[in-house]
Design a protein around this ligand. Structure first.
Ligand code: ADP
Length: 400
């Protein structure tokens, strides 16, 4: 069965086409800057590449361009869109009742709409993608995979904020957590690599990309995570603050900041970019730090310090663990950052091997010393293949 995986943003459609169940990637494409003057569409299918630059006014137009690229007689991947047997959609917030991937029906659409209020930047474009795919593909199964699903196993001690309880009951204000598909993928893969049962591992998973989050995984299930009601809480990120004292916001409100300005300040102008005033990209900052930039060094140190602090917290939550796993662009490639994070944790039995760490760039590897009590692993994440597998299992009746 050919499975098409979608990740739709407010101005973009990312897609990957897989042959399942073996998981071969047939094509990967991106339509971006939808609604702007200079939109762009590109696709890679094996060695064949297509690139187009033209105005793409809507997601519906973007989907049509995707179908033209996928079925291009010379550089495409398939002869007809009817070869596709199911679609999988990444959806950011499914709330607390959706504990796994599910086939999309009217009731599920209502749930996604309902949680749009809590995920206004993500759920609405995810829904647009679902609706366009339903129009384009007619009756084939459409499956939704939620970023929140993996974290629905958190206990209330971890997910409740110390706000008046009615705010949870009436407004559903709680920690949801995100990047769940990635944390689940790396936790399952780590269990395989450690030759343990999938529900037989305790792990600290670190997804460090443009957005960053960590999870405490007990017996293969998430019991805590750093992101909260929204993806703003927790770690320092490229342009997001992560944890701050909420009273900073009241202070700034009294100074005349408007809600939209604060939203943009905390989400887009802070984090590595805000501290360094140089870049949100760890690669650039490593270069500048090496050539003496104090501000780049400071930004990297604060980034690493926050992660180290959460490792300490999650070791306490889990009463120790089998492994610490690094994934995402920074986790997979940033050897100096991994070393910075784990520095001085030898007393806890966490010992990184400098040689193995340096060699582990963009590939699966164990990077601890032979006498480290806790394994330290690099596992490139693959959210799309996880979505493709769920989609295939549900569409073919293997899953629920
Ligand atoms: P996304 O969260 O959008 O999927 P990625 O997981 O691809 O993003 O991570 C992107 C980030 O990874 C970049 O901002 C950059 O800071 C970081 N990154 C990529 N390559 C390296 C590298 N070699 N060293 C350190 N950081 C890197």
């Amino acid at each position: 069965m050919k499975v098409l995986v979608f990740n739709c943003g407010s101005s973009s459609i990312k897609y990957k086409l897989y042959d399942m169940p073996d998981g071969t990637l047939i094509a990967a494409g991106l339509v971006q800057r939808i609604g702007e003057e200079a939109s762009e569409a590109k696709q890679k299918a094996g060695t064949k590449e297509i690139r187009m630059q033209k105005r793409i006014g809507s997601h519906a137009e973007g989907m049509n361009i995707m179908s033209v690229m996928l079925t291009d007689p010379e550089k495409g991947a398939i002869q007809s869109m009817s070869e596709i047997g199911a679609c999988g959609h990444r959806v950011v917030n499914g709330g607390e009742k959706i504990t796994g991937s599910v086939k999309i029906d009217q009731q599920l659409i209502h749930i996604i709409e309902h949680y749009s209020e809590l995920a206004p930047l993500h759920n609405p474009p995810n829904l647009v993608g679902i609706r366009e795919a339903q129009k384009m593909f007619g009756d084939i199964p459409q499956i939704a995979c939620f970023d929140t699903a993996f974290h629905t196993t958190m206990p209330e001690t971890a997910y409740l904020y110390a706000l008046p309880y009615w705010m949870y009951e009436k407004l559903r204000i709680r920690r949801y957590g995100f990047h769940g598909t990635s944390h689940r993928y790396i936790a399952r893969r780590a269990a395989q690599l450690l030759q343990k049962e999938k529900y037989g591992v305790n792990l600290i998973t670190c997804h460090l990309g443009n957005g960053c989050s960590m999870a405490a995984v007990r017996n293969g299930r998430s019991v805590d995570t750093t992101m909260g009601l929204t993806p703003l809480e927790g770690l320092v990120m490229g342009t997001r603050t992560g944890d701050i004292d909420p009273a900073i916001i009241f202070h700034l409100v009294r100074k005349g900041y408007k809600p939209e300005e604060l939203d943009s300040l905390l989400n887009k102008k802070s984090g590595l970019l805000g501290i360094s005033e140089i870049s949100n990209d760890v690669r650039n900052l490593e270069e500048k730090a090496a050539s003496g930039s104090k501000r780049a060094q400071l930004a990297l140190s604060i980034f690493a310090y926050r992660i180290k602090k959460y490792i300490g917290a999650y070791l306490a939550v889990l009463n120790g663990c089998d492994g610490i796993i690094f994934a995402g662009g920074i986790g997979e490639n940033g050897a100096p950052m991994r070393a910075r994070i784990l520095e001085g944790m030898e007393f806890l039995g966490i010992k990184i091997d400098p040689e193995k760490n340096r060699a582990a760039v963009g590939k699966e590897a164990e990077i601890q010393t032979s006498d480290s009590k806790i394994k330290i692993m690099v596992i490139p994440t693959d959210e799309e293949i996880a979505i493709a597998r769920d989609t295939f299992e549900i569409a073919s009746g293997i899953g629920k």
